[in-house]
Write a protein that binds this ligand. Structure first.
Ligand code: UT7
Length: 330
């Protein structure tokens, strides 16, 4: 990989989850499931769910306000806002524009980026290119999703998995040797039907018949996605690490997409990552899609598990199918 014109990195990170908590015991009352099944098959104990009046831009805004305050950046210093999401407030306009207006980021360009649950890694990588090239100084990267809005709450095979949340990072020039050291992005559209929302786009418009069949919600081939995820996360992280010449011994911590504890454990084993170096909070949030990596990243920075100078490997997978990794020197 060519050396960047100037190093770019995350100078602050923050997150936000809605107040309402839905526990496995609550789900026991909604579908034929059990706390024991959910814990042992997924590692999830509870998840946060938006209130009726909340949506993706609200969560994104809260996380963004915290991130820019921590970076001591004023809204009018932001050059670009990228929102990674699979649950935008509207098909259009972009959720990023709604955040731009509410933040008062008067100079910022704004767009949404869709790469399934890998969206935050894609967005971070895109942001770093603008900053590395010298084209921009300050990019706000947000991963935000309200999966609860596209979940069939009568389908036990999916509804136990998902939650809502947001994370935001400010990307700016950083000192030499710091920031984004390497990345890996990939996709395989042949797996597009394994994880999708089939209805509501240009191909299959929403009709009463589609709604009656509940085809506007997430559908997923869980076992196949599981197998893909373990392989893709392992391979992608290995590629990114090789590109900047580091091995597992150099890594301070891994931040995997928080979809399922068994997927995280299997990928960690493949990467020879000791358990204490793998950040896990899927128990508290479930799978929050684009928010999952920044939620875990923020938690680990705030509680001191990530310290200045540590090498952090973020790795994700998602609908598309997509995968991606970033190696960051914090
Ligand atoms: O961001 C990416 C999003 N997607 C993912 O990450 C999903 C990846 N896949 C997975 O995490 C796992 O495949 C699941 C958690 C979705 C499922 O776990 P599994 O160990 O692959 O279970 P399974 O689908 O093989 O189902 C085992 C059994 C089935 O019953 P039978 O056929 O063996 O009698 C299911 O009907 O468990 C049953 N089952 C449930 N039982 C209680 C499925 N969901 C539930 C449930 N509660 N919620």
């Amino acid at each position: 990989m060519a050396s960047p014109v100037r190093p770019a990195g995350i100078v602050s990170i923050a997150s936000h989850a809605p107040e309402k908590v839905l526990t496995n015991f609550d789900l026991e009352k909604m579908v034929d499931t059990s706390d024991e099944w959910i814990r042992t098959r997924t590692g999830i104990v509870e998840r946060h769910i938006v209130a009726d009046h909340e949506c993706t831009s609200d969560l994104a805004l809260e996380a963004s306000r915290k991130a820019i305050a921590r970076a001591q950046v004023s809204p009018d210093e932001i050059d670009l806002i990228i929102v990674a999401t699979v649950t935008p407030d509207f098909p259009f306009p972009a959720t990023a524009c709604l955040v731009q207006e509410r933040l008062g980021a008067s100079r910022a360009g704004a767009f949404d980026l869709q790469a399934g649950c890998t969206g935050f890694i894609y967005a971070l990588t895109v942001a770093a290119q603008f900053v590395s090239s010298g084209a921009m100084d300050t990019v706000l990267v947000i991963g935000a999703d309200c999966l609860s809005r596209i979940t069939d709450w009568t389908d036990r095979t999916t509804c136990v998995l998902f939650g809502d949340g947001a994370g935001a990072a400010v990307v700016r020039p950083v000192e030499a040797g710091r920031g984004l050291l390497a990345f890996d992005l990939g996709s395989d559209g042949s797996g597009s039907e394994l994880l999708q929302v089939e209805v509501g786009g240009a191909k299959v418009p929403i009709t009463q018949e589609m709604v009656a069949q509940k085809r506007q919600f997430i559908s997923m081939s869980g076992n196949e996605v599981f197998r893909f995820a373990v392989r893709a996360m392992g391979e992608s992280a290995e590629r990114a690490m090789a590109r900047c010449g580091i091995t597992s011994e150099d890594v301070g911590c891994y931040i995997p997409h928080q979809a399922n504890l068994r997927i995280i454990d299997s990928a960690a084993k493949r990467l020879h990552a000791p358990t204490d170096k793998v950040i896990v909070n899927v128990d508290k949030y479930g799978n929050t899609s684009c928010a999952s990596i920044p939620l875990a990243f923020d938690e680990a920075v705030q509680d001191g598990r990530i310290k200045s100078g540590d090498i952090v490997v973020c790795v994700g997978f998602g609908a598309g199918l997509t995968w991606g990794s970033c190696v960051i020197q914090w």
